[in-house]
Design a protein around this ligand. Structure first.
Ligand SMILES: NC(=O)c1ccc[n+]([C@@H]2O[C@H](COP(=O)([O-])OP(=O)(O)OC[C@H]3O[C@@H](n4cnc5c(N)ncnc54)[C@H](O)[C@@H]3O)[C@@H](O)[C@H]2O)c1
Ligand SMILES: O=c1ccn([C@@H]2O[C@H](COP(=O)(O)OP(=O)(O)O[C@H]3O[C@H](CO)[C@@H](O)[C@H](O)[C@H]3O)[C@@H](O)[C@H]2O)c(=O)[nH]1
Length: 433
């Protein structure tokens, strides 16, 4: 009944999604994590990250006997024919990807892998990692394959099961073909290549997405100065199929667990090789400045000084649809505002008031209307759909000064104006009541 025996090491956003989705495709999957608490929760069917469809898929896999969870990589790999590494590769001190967890797991499992086994890097790893891991393994009977993952947080399951493409690269063509065959049922376009190219695709794609957003954020500032409307401008651009409509929404800057660290990693590789890449450096720099621009906009909206200003923040996660706060531009903006002496109250639908991850920076509340109470301005930082449906008349009633700074052009300015609120977007003319 089951087609392949797979070990997935790391049960985070990527590992848990990979394990549950591969099990749903008919493979027998053992998923390992070093975190005993997490493994215990997963065995009880508790998925503690916000990913639509994932809890159901995990439960179905466990019930069908095709998915199980263990503590520690070593106990997962024994009889596996394929081992996926879905481990953290965080930003190191100089921006380079830190491979220490990946390397320690490879050293841990090296002597337990079955002959003919394929080790697959799904973590985002720099070019040359497959070769480095092959050397670390030191086994002629085990191949290393790069199979970067492109899923987005908040839509991990549909992205995994309906990918735009699958990229598989190895210097061992047969091993790459065996990994590609795991996804055959998905019917996605598949790029089979060498290991270095596959590793490069991941950074190339993420850095391009980051550059696109930085470009539109810079355009938005120009639009503001010139009296043009960035929403109309990007619509006019986006219909051009060579450009496309995606990733053209201005905001407080790109964040999350991937784009910031991956742009830093590729920039660090370029510096190390002595290759000039000013385009990438400028995208990163533009992103840092974007936070300052948001702060300047809020400062202007409250009349010049942030010290003592009471601000209500709508949204803290790095984008809507996820509970992930890693490298969130919303948190970065909050820190800058707090640094200038503003008093911050925040609401995010995915971050409960008791959440310890924001401690010190903001007062978290569970009710969006509570952030409006006595506020000198509301600042929307994350584009949660529910914010559009707020009762703006009630919001206006609660506020001290009726000003909303919408850093993602997410709200309906006319609805706010009708409720007696001034709206300040990004790259658009303000709408005053
Ligand atoms: N999050 C995303 O949207 C996404 C998408 C594509 C690629 N990636 C890449 O995938 C990799 C993993 O990202 P993530 O977001 O899933 O990370 P994560 O932090 O959510 O999960 C990593 C998991 O690995 C576990 N772990 C750490 N050390 C371990 C060890 N020694 N043995 C076993 N388990 C161990 C952690 O406990 C954690 O559960 C990174 O390289 C990331 O860049 C992430
Ligand atoms: O028009 C846009 C699009 C995105 N963003 C911001 O860009 C950041 C990243 O968004 P997104 O790419 O959706 O988030 P991730 O889930 O981190 O996904 C990215 O990073 C993953 C990890 O590498 C990759 O797998 C995905 O393909 C890649 O999109 C967020 O802060 C968004 O708010 C904008 O400001 N404007």
């Amino acid at each position: 009944m089951f087609t392949r025996r797979i070990a997935v090491v790391g049960a985070g956003y990527v590992g848990l999604t990979t394990a549950a989705c591969l099990a749903s495709l008919g493979h027998r999957v053992c998923c390992a994590d070093v975190d005993e608490v997490k493994v215990g929760q997963l065995r009880r069917g508790e998925v503690r990250i916000l990913e639509p469809g994932l809890p159901e898929l995990v439960a179905a896999g466990v019930a069908a006997g095709g998915l199980r969870f263990v503590v520690g990589a070593a106990s997962a790999v024994d009889d596996a024919d394929t081992v996926f590494l879905c481990l953290p590769t965080p930003r190191g001190g100089d921006g380079a990807a830190d491979l220490s967890v990946v390397e320690s797991v490879v050293a841990e499992v090296r002597d337990r892998l079955s002959p003919g086994c394929v080790v697959v890097t799904k973590s985002t790893v720099p070019v040359g990692t497959a070769r480095r891991l092959a050397a670390l393994l030191g086994r002629d009977d085990v191949a290393v394959v790069s199979n970067p993952e492109f899923l987005r947080e908040g839509s991990a399951v549909p992205d995994f099961l309906g990918p735009d493409r699958i990229v598989v690269g190895s210097d061992d063509r047969g091993a790459a073909e065996r990994v590609a065959a795991l996804y055959a049922r998905l019917g996605a376009p598949t790029v089979l290549t060498d290991a270095a190219s596959a590793e490069m695709v991941k950074y190339a794609a993420n850095c391009f997405l980051a550059m696109k957003v930085s470009y539109v954020n810079a355009l938005a500032e120009l639009c503001e100065r010139l009296g043009a409307d960035v929403v109309d401008v990007t619509e006019g651009m986006g219909h051009d199929r060579r450009i496309g409509r995606a990733f053209l929404r201005p905001g407080p800057g790109w964040g999350g667990s991937c784009l910031p660290k991956d742009t830093a990693a590729l920039a660090s590789v370029a510096v190390g090789l002595g290759v000039d890449f000013p385009l990438l450096a400028a995208a990163i720099e533009t992103n840092v400045r974007q936070r300052g621009r948001v702060v300047a906009k809020v400062r202007a909206a409250v009349g010049g000084a942030l010290r003592g200003a009471r601000l209500g923040l709508l949204g803290l996660t790095f984008k809507a649809g996820t509970d992930d706060l890693r490298d969130s531009p919303a948190l970065a903006v909050a820190e800058l505002l707090a640094g200038e002496g503003a008093e911050l109250t925040a609401h995010d639908p995915a971050v409960p008031a008791a959440d310890p991850r924001t401690s010190g920076v903001v007062t978290l509340v569970d009710d969006p209307y509570q952030v409006a109470k006595d506020a000198d301005a509301l600042v929307l930082l994350t584009d949660w759909p529910e914010f559009r449906g707020l009762d703006w008349a009630q919001v206006a009633e609660l506020m001290e000064r009726r000003v909303v700074v919408d850093t993602r052009n997410h709200l309906d300015p006319e609805a706010l104006r009708a409720a007696g609120l001034d709206w300040h977007g990004v790259g658009r003319r303000p709408v005053r009541c």
